[in-house]
Design a protein around this ligand. Sequence first.
Ligand SMILES: *[C@@H]1O[C@H](CO)[C@@H](O)[C@H](O)[C@H]1NC(C)=O
Ligand SMILES: *[C@@H]1O[C@H](CO)[C@@H](O)[C@H](O)[C@H]1NC(C)=O
Length: 317
Amino acid sequence: MEKTLLLSIFVFHWHFINALFTVDVPHPQYTVDYGSNVTMECRFQVNGQLKLQDLSVIWEKKEEEAKEIYKLHKGKENFTTQHSDFRERVQLLKEKLQLGQSMLQITSIKLTDAGTYRCLIGYEGADYKTITLQVRAPYRNITKRIVTAEHNKWELMCQSEGYPKAEVIWQNVEHQDLSDKANTISETGTDQLYSVTSTLKINTSINATFQCIFWNKELKENTSAILIIPDYTVDSQRTNSRRYIGTALGVFAVFGSLLLCVLWIKKARKDEESETWTNNATMKVSCGKLSTDEEEGNCRETLLENEKLKNVRIVET
Ligand SMILES: *[C@@H]1O[C@H](CO)[C@@H](O)[C@H](O)[C@H]1NC(C)=O
Ligand SMILES: *[C@@H]1O[C@H](CO)[C@@H](O)[C@H](O)[C@H]1NC(C)=O
């Protein structure tokens, strides 16, 4: 109620009180990335020292029903009628008012912030201008994964979030288009962004290089990631006996864990004489677990060896 009243006062004053008082926008349009900050600016004339008690500033977003973002009424800030979309995300740079600059900062820009904004200023007259804000969400962080199912059969995956929906193009090192072998799905991800996942299944060999390109047609922007088929199998190929290496690693893992356990028990015994007995209790418990699980080599400390083992198994299957 009060808001519309104030707006009508502004519009009224704008025509009749002082036609010489004008608000200007140095940049009628801003384009910012999702998640970043923006500072939009309107200018007005201050002749001499600013009389803050005479100044009113309103920033609002034009929608079916305007959303109030910021209000300074006769020199006093008022957040009671601020729209919840902008709560804790806006700030007027008050030190700039003296220079005739009404600068509104909005942080953590969302896709829904895109649109038209209006800045109204009442001082020695009243006027307003509009500013458009565009929000881009490039597919910047690409997550990639390479999995092998069978010998020389690989599954390459690229995933990223952005807006609007991107097409994913796959190329090999000769820039041949492999996209028809890929499967791309897009889902609605966080905060209205699209989560686009593309999977390419391909027969290829070690060290082959591929590229997934997220083509955001509307933004005329491409982001890409490079995937190189890894050489997990180099050892086993050399000896031509992967099973043997697998077993050897397994045995090594079991003995490694046994050895660690013995060392731990020794250390625990030693520490028992000292004062931190609670720590020792935990240590012994984990050692107990280790000795029952040792057949499987199921010890945390042998994670590294097990990791190697997994790789070998992947190639085997
Ligand atoms: C956005 O503004 C906030 C608060 O002023 C600041 O902490 C943050 O670092 C800024 N972020 C960027 C991307 O500039
Ligand atoms: C993005 O990549 C596609 C496919 O490679 C290409 O056709 C398009 O021209 C590229 N666009 C830009 C802006 O680089």
